[in-house]
Write a protein that binds this ligand. Structure first.
Ligand SMILES: NC(=O)c1ccc[n+]([C@@H]2O[C@H](COP(=O)([O-])OP(=O)(O)OC[C@H]3O[C@@H](n4cnc5c(N)ncnc54)[C@H](O)[C@@H]3O)[C@@H](O)[C@H]2O)c1
Length: 244
């Protein structure tokens, strides 16, 4: 029997990219996965593509009321979540002096506050049931910082702080909370980078290639499953050795 048989998982930002691959991996592990993204039709398309329910869930994670509505719908349709993957994330890059208030706030709202709203909401049920897994998709730049990404790096460093704090609060109730910090992964988010930046980044990766969404999704599957039963409060870096 696959290791997550009968489990319900929620993956935000899963209509494409890393989130979609995480949803695929968790489905493969037997979980019923709720595909959550900004656009309901795209989320539904992704869900059907994985052979899951013919519905996706529209939710802008930076809106606490939308988070509440989406969670109530998922609970009604699929049941209580055992796994929450906070994957939805955006970039609005600029050098500090040109970084506007709006781009600062927007990135913090989606990448950090979104994870907080959803984590707070699912934590109660998980604590009561004395089981659950919360997995936050951070980034290596949350550990190292990055020129032109003060907002994004701050949001991901914040997510790591959220992960470790919540891991400490929920450990005695059997709920495990971890972060995955991907490096340079081939998705639409990185497709926009110029050739020069891309080759400079590749030079810094000991494994000599960009990562794939599947490289990240495999680690999420491990953290969601029984093999990770003694792992909490950790940041697992998935970057081909770029940061060590
Ligand atoms: N691609 C990389 O190299 C890389 C590296 C490190 C970390 N990450 C992180 O991995 C996660 C996924 O990145 P990706 O490369 O797949 O990005 P992507 O842009 O390809 O996909 C992100 C998905 O999130 C959705 N989304 C955006 N804002 C949302 C919101 N407010 N509410 C709900 N959904 C929203 C988008 O519609 C999209 O489907 C992000 O958190 C990103 O920061 C990516």
């Amino acid at each position: 029997m696959p290791e997550l048989d009968g489990r319900v998982a929620i993956v935000t930002g899963s209509a494409r990219g890393i989130g979609l691959e995480i949803a695929r991996e968790l489905t493969d592990a037997g979980a019923s996965v709720a595909i959550v993204d900004l656009d309901e039709a795209e989320a539904a398309r992704a869900s059907t593509g994985l052979g899951g329910a013919e519905r996706g869930y529209a939710c802008n994670v930076s809106d606490p009321e939308a988070c509440e509505r989406m969670l109530a719908e998922v609970e009604e349709d699929l049941g209580s979540p055992y796994i929450l993957v906070n994957n939805a994330g955006i970039t609005r890059d600029n050098l500090l002096l040109r970084l506007g208030d709006d781009d600062w706030r927007r990135v913090l709202d989606v990448n950090l506050s979104g994870a907080f709203y959803l984590t707070r909401r699912v934590a109660r049920g998980m604590m009561k049931r004395r089981e659950g897994r919360i997995i936050n998709i951070a980034s290596v730049v949350g550990l190292t910082g990055n020129r032109g990404q003060a907002n994004y790096a701050a949001s991901k460093a914040g997510l790591i702080g959220l992960t470790k704090s919540v891991a400490q609060e929920l450990a005695s109730r059997g709920v495990l909370v971890n972060a995955v910090a991907p490096g340079f992964i081939q998705t639409e988010m990185t497709a926009a980078l110029g050739e020069e930046t891309r080759s400079a980044l590749l030079d810094r990766i000991p494994l000599g290639r960009m990562g794939t969404p599947a490289d990240v999704a495999g680690v999420v599957r491990f953290l969601a499953g029984p093999l990770a039963s003694y792992v909490t409060g950790q940041v697992i870096v998935v970057d081909g050795g770029m940061v060590m």
